[in-house]
Design a protein around this ligand. Sequence first.
Ligand code: GTP
Ligand code: MG
Length: 380
Amino acid sequence: MATVRVLTPRGRAAIAVVEVRGAGALACVDRCFFGAAGKPLGERPSNQPLFGRWLGEKGEEVVVAVRGRERVEVHCHGGDAAVGAVVASLAERGATRLEDEVEPAGVSPMAAAAWRALRSAPTERVAGVLLDQANGALDHAVEAALNRLRGGDAHGARDMLLGVLRWERLGGRLISPWRVVLAGPPNAGKSSLVNALVGYERAIVYDTPGTTRDVVAVRTALDGWPVELSDTAGLRVSSDPLEAAGIERARAALAGADLIVAVTPLAEGDAAPIESPAGVKRIDVRSKVDLADLPTPAGAIGTSSVDGRGIEALLAAITSSLVDASPEPGAAVPFLPRQAATLREACDAIEGAAIEGDVIEGDGAHRAEALLTALLATAG
Ligand SMILES: Nc1nc2c(ncn2[C@@H]2O[C@H](COP(=O)(O)OP(=O)(O)OP(=O)(O)O)[C@@H](O)[C@H]2O)c(=O)[nH]1
Ligand SMILES: [Mg+2]
């Protein structure tokens, strides 16, 4: 029976390698591969790269290498969609998909989850934090809190849990990035600013107000933390249904933002009132400072996408607004939402118990103990 497995890690790459092994491996790939030479794989020399197409003469370009009588590699485009399609077509033709085993045998459920998350780590810094959890940092912290609880030191246990929860927001933005949304009136220079911040031309810039019609997201890293910058349609009342739909989406992006960068040209007097959803941080930018001979108001950052003024300052302000402190190497960081939710629930249970008297024990402590024990037994 043939089995199929992706050898290359997930993530952005030009090429991915899918391995098919076992009896029937060659036949299975033969049914999908349209080699330029038109011969069955069994008649081709081993270890030679064979160019062809997948699932038909007009299919995706692939390179196949026969590594042995029971082992073939398919080298395809590296994106998730291309890899998924190759694996799915092999599975349809009888190959069994092997689960990727990324974690070492015998590790705890939370460590195993961290090993799996590591594969999608977008930056080295994120990988470092996840590697600490893969090596048991979060397990050890939860075990230590549990031991305190069992030893009757509920205060101590709660303080330890709060110490871990300090990294709740950061932990939630390791795998999915921080969301920074640029918003402001049409023509304010938002798209130009996104391009200046990422250092390449991602968003369309044009002198006609209402150019950006949709939310254009661009992923980058600031100080090693993953950040998604979203350029949005200029906020105004519009009778154009397409522009109005874009503005609606801009508002939705604002509602889901971690940070809003509100952009208004310096020459346009007061900053435009952009309704920031409650609790969402915001940085005020006065743009196009090269066009106005005016001082930038206090509390705002003046920028020019033409001469680069203020861009570094804005990058620094975005970073420090999102991440005010970084975990020390080896620190426990909850990296899945359920983990943080359970830790919080355990803290609440301890605090709930404390209110009833000056001795912290009883139901709340027991409930916290049960929650932490369950957390250690699952990935969170
Ligand atoms: N002088 C100067 N011009 C700028 C600056 N930033 C943007 N512009 C110009 O202003 C115009 C609008 O820029 P965009 O970046 O497209 O503005 P926007 O806010 O994305 O506009 P909409 O998508 O229509 O909402 C373009 O002609 C840009 O070249 C700047 O810092 N200085
Ligand atoms: Mg724009």
